[in-house]
Design a protein around this ligand. Structure first.
Ligand SMILES: Cc1ncc(COP(=O)(O)O)c(C=O)c1O
Length: 391
């Protein structure tokens, strides 16, 4: 059980507004804020390099925290500035034969899809969208059926940006593994709201962000690279940190996933990411998932009682992101009206998940995404407030 009073006491943001957008950028706990500020202060007091040296153990511990959180080995983790950079590092490094196919899902995120388009054009690849089943999740039978020797990569989004769908990430991993195809999983909206075990997921690469359900600072993320790739995978872009310049005509790639990193980083933000993961792990990810699910279900139920509201979440058991549209109402204006009333909710444009949006003819959707520090009263209050704005 989560001590809700305690987590609220640890969260200074709750005194300023009712924040219901964990899938955007959640409220940091005080320990995260303190870690970022303390490191920044140290940099101001003794200098950036000196602060890094003094905090070496703490900063090194961030890799252990990330690895523990996702069931990886520390060597398999690179700390990045966001999920997109993490994802791109894996994607652009992968050698893909001309003519090969990239298999993805209907819920794929815009940043990933434009990268598919770029490499498809440049490297003569084909993008194939695996259809969804009747629940809206990636259809596993269709994936299995289309698997063949010319598939170079399976790359899917686990939880999309535009709703509560949870794609069957582990089952996809089993199919990819059976066919010996690399599997790149975008876990950006999943990390921090549900248990992540890279071994169970069977993914070769996993990308995630710090600022969403993990409650870390903005400008943080990480990449998991399964060990077997560490011998062979050449980053698309290197510097002398990831690949030390060992002789005039030669560099040597680092042996760990940090070959994807560069020399310069925000150590203050890294300290914040580590603090965020440690905080989440102290609460317990299963407790978090349970409470986020309860609050999201309460929001879904209350919203579906309003006649002009259509809840748009896909999947048999949607997670913490509640997506909906309101007949005749502009989503962006409603977000502004809600903000003026003290509620942070969000909107998601069709262009962020174009395949799904076109298939379902979606307008810009509204999103409510409670975190475990929210209360049932806050969720109820937000829905009542929304109802008052649309009358
Ligand atoms: C599914 C998904 N993948 C990737 C990203 C990108 O994350 P970041 O902004 O940390 O690069 C987002 C951001 O909203 C997302 O929703």
């Amino acid at each position: 059980m989560i001590d809700v009073d305690q987590v609220r006491a640890d969260t200074p943001g709750i005194n300023h507004l009712t924040h219901l957008l964990a899938c955007g950028s959640a409220l940091m706990p005080e320990s995260v804020l303190n870690a970022v500020v303390a490191h920044t202060q140290l940099e101001a007091q003794i200098g950036g390099y000196e602060a890094q040296a003094r905090q070496f153990d703490l900063l090194d511990g961030v890799y252990r925290s990330v690895a523990r959180h996702v069931g990886a080995d520390t060597r398999e983790i690179a700390v990045m500035e966001n999920a997109t950079v993490a994802w791109c590092h894996a994607f652009y490094a992968l050698p893909l034969q001309p003519g090969s196919r990239i298999l993805t899902c209907e819920a794929e995120y815009a940043a990933n899809y434009v990268a598919f388009l770029q490499r498809a054009k440049r490297d003569d690849l084909k993008i194939e969208i695996v259809p969804s089943d009747e629940s809206g999740a990636l259809d596993l039978a269709a994936l299995e059926k289309t698997m063949a020797d010319d598939v170079g990569l399976v790359a899917i989004t686990w939880v999309p940006t535009n709703g509560g769908l949870m794609n069957p990430a582990a089952e996809v991993g089993r199919i990819a593994k059976k066919h010996g195809v690399p599997y790149l999983l975008d876990a950006c909206q999943a990390v921090g709201q549900m248990r992540i075990d890279v071994v169970e997921l069977g993914c070769d690469f996993l990308s995630a962000t710090g600022r969403k359900y993990l409650r870390g600072p903005r400008g943080t993320g990480f990449l998991y690279v399964q060990e077997k790739w560490l011998d062979t995978l050449e980053p698309a872009m290197i510097d002398h940190f990831g690949a030390p310049w060992v002789e005039r005509d030669r560099y040597e790639l680092r042996e760990d996933a940090r070959r994807f990193e560069t020399w310069e980083n925000s150590y203050a933000l890294r300290a914040g990411l580590g603090a965020a993961i440690d905080y989440a792990d102290r609460i317990g990810i299963d407790h978090i998932q349970n409470r986020v699910g309860l609050l999201a279900d309460a929001a879904r139920k209350a919203l579906s009682d309003i006649p002009s509201v259509e809840v748009r979440d896909l999947g048999q058991a949607p997670c913490g992101i509640v997506s909906f549209s309101i007949e005749g109402k502009d989503a962006r204006s409603l977000v502004k009206q809600m903000a003026a009333s003290g509620y942070a909710i969000g909107a998601s444009a069709p262009s962020s998940t174009r395949i799904d949006a076109e298939r379902r003819n979606l307008p810009t959707l509204l999103r409510i995404a409670p975190h475990y520090y929210n209360t049932e009263d806050e969720v109820r209050g937000a829905v009542e407030c929304l109802a008052s704005h649309i009358q």
